[in-house]
Design a binder for this molecule. Structure first.
Ligand SMILES: Cc1ncc(C[n+]2csc(CCOP(=O)(O)OP(=O)(O)O)c2C)c(N)n1
Length: 295
């Protein structure tokens, strides 16, 4: 069993996470360019949260992906899997050389997460709305088996339009499940446009408060707020926790921000270069080749 990490200074931790999130964002844009398909905007909005979970928070062992006491992650917004795949590769679950295989038939990295194909994926997802329910099942299983892992669920805001999410929220409070921590990637957009225009979903937190959840609201791109809110959620043992994280779809790549066509769209060669420049470089080497490429 891996030991819990030693405490290091906050500044150092934030620096490390900031750099990792930058690398993950570059991975995402390259992967989608090479795959010729995928969801860059939704992956980029959640990159900081994924970096914090996989490189700071979660008690996991990449050498032993099925370790029974590991913390679990449910990526309910499964279409954002490129950033999860990048994090798993960078964390050592599988080789970075797998990343360019995204969405190809023979690859372990399918267009939506598949727990039977990819080491480190705790649940198959992609059919929106189901993640809180799946996470609740995992948390209840931990209680029955006297295990003490945490379950982290990442959901989009738009996907909360699915009724099953609210059934799960009601049940989680009823069963007083304290180790279920849901993070809402509240980027205010869904595939069809602004969430506010499409549904009567907002405001979200008062509804969850009324459902009896422990509620927090943060800037989902601020690592101090991400880490603190997760710590506070972890000590709340008697009820489920939600963290509403305000995020920006396409974060890190200016031409993707505010343009919802990037919900699902493929960067051209020129757009790839522009994105890499915006993210601080490293996308194309001096010979003009990508650092990794499909064979
Ligand atoms: C049950 C279901 N219905 C529809 C879709 C198609 N779909 C994929 S992404 C998406 C929008 C999701 O919006 P949101 O939850 O806000 O996440 P974002 O991509 O904005 O981060 C939709 C409707 C799906 N994957 N599953």
């Amino acid at each position: 069993m891996p030991a819990r990490k030693k405490t290091v200074g906050m500044d150092e931790r934030i620096k490390k996470l900031t750099e990792m999130a930058r690398v993950l964002r570059m991975d995402v844009v390259r992967m989608i360019h090479l795959a010729g398909d995928g969801h860059p905007g939704p992956s980029l909005s959640v990159a900081d949260i994924i970096a914090a979970l996989y490189f700071e928070v979660m008690h996991i062992d990449p050498e032993n992906p099925d370790w029974k006491d590991r913390d679990r992650l449910v990526l309910s917004k499964g279409h954002a899997c490129p950033v999860l795949y990048a994090a798993l590769a960078r964390r050592g679950y599988f080789a970075i050389e797998e990343l360019p295989g995204l969405r190809s038939l023979e690859s372990m990295l399918q267009g939506h997460p598949d727990m039977n194909k990819t080491p480190g994926i705790d649940t198959t997802s992609g059919s929106l709305g189901n993640g809180i329910s799946i996470g609740l099942g995992m948390a209840l299983a931990a209680r029955l088996r006297r295990q003490d892992y945490y379950v982290y669920v990442i959901t989009g805001d738009g996907e909360l339009e699915e009724g099953v999410a609210w059934e799960a929220m009601m049940a989680a409070k009823h069963y007083r499940v304290g180790r279920l921590i849901t993070i809402i990637d509240n980027n205010e957009m869904q595939s069809g446009g602004p969430v506010e225009k499409i549904s009567g979903l907002y405001p979200i937190l008062p509804k969850l408060k009324a459902f009896g959840w422990h509620c927090q609201e943060i800037d989902g791109h601020n690592f101090i707020e991400i880490l603190r809110s997760i710590q506070l959620a972890q000590v709340e043992e008697s009820k489920p926790s939600v963290i509403l994280a305000h995020t920006v779809k396409g974060k890190g790549v200016p031409f993707m921000i505010g343009d919802n066509s990037w919900h699902k769209r493929v960067p051209t060669e020129a757009e790839l270069k522009e994105a890499m420049l915006a993210l601080g470089g490293g996308g194309v080497d001096e010979t003009g080749k990508h650092p990794y490429r499909r064979n």
